[in-house]
Unconditional design. Structure first.
Length: 214
């Protein structure tokens, strides 16, 4: 197993410290935690004026931070589980869609065991129930060493009104969104009627990914 510390271009970004630590441990390395405070997180293609109500973030002392990996801008807040995986690429030809597929298949299985049914893969990197998004994810494919660095946000019991407050309608959207506003497009496990303890769910997802991701 190659345990070399990853070489990331540029400055450190959100959760890079976890990625660096995870790369030196047995893989897949998995960490799941509940977000502690509201935070706006964006990828490298971020355009502030097009995506975020920056003045509202300033008024509410909500940080706007960058992550490593693509995807849209998201609002993290209490009630959201952040799922992090550092894993080996199966081959040089394995692409982002392949990695999303094998990680998300295991997460769907973990959610089913926890009583969350009818979860499907949607768009490029989402999970949804009945056409509503419950999880969005991003991915960075490393070469030194050849690992993938995955992170996602699962909406369990968070306040969805914060998404409307801090995010504009995205300049790009998956086809299945069909122009819907944030509140009509997103849902939480709580809204779906799933009564689950978020700490227990985090442990279940973490152990299921660690035991079953190949």
């Amino acid at each position: 197993m190659d345990c070399a510390a990853p070489v990331f271009p540029g400055r450190l970004r959100k959760n890079d410290d976890i990625f660096i630590g995870g790369a030196s441990r047995a893989r897949p390395f998995v960490q799941v935690y509940e977000q502690r405070e509201a935070e706006v997180v964006h990828g490298p293609s971020y355009r502030a004026g097009d995506e975020v109500f920056v003045d509202r973030c300033v008024d509410d002392c909500v940080e706007i931070v960058e992550r490593r990996g693509g995807g849209g801008t998201v609002v993290l807040s209490p009630g959201v589980l952040v799922i992090i995986v550092v894993g080996d690429k199966k081959s040089e030809r394995e692409g982002a869609l392949d990695v999303f597929g094998r990680v998300h298949d295991v997460i769907v299985s973990a959610l089913c065991k926890a009583g969350v049914y009818n979860v499907v893969r949607a768009g490029i990197s989402d999970l949804a129930v009945d056409g509503k998004k419950i999880l969005g994810s991003s991915l960075y494919m490393g070469t030194k060493p050849p690992l993938f660095y995955y992170q996602s946000s699962l909406m369990v019991s968070n306040d969805l009104t914060l998404i409307d407050r801090y995010l504009r309608h995205p300049p790009k959207e998956p086809d299945y969104r069909q122009g819907r506003g944030h509140r009509q497009f997103c849902t939480t496990l709580k809204e779906l009627g799933v009564d689950v303890d978020i700490k227990e769910l985090s442990v279940q997802i973490e152990s299921h990914l660690r035991d079953n991701l190949r």
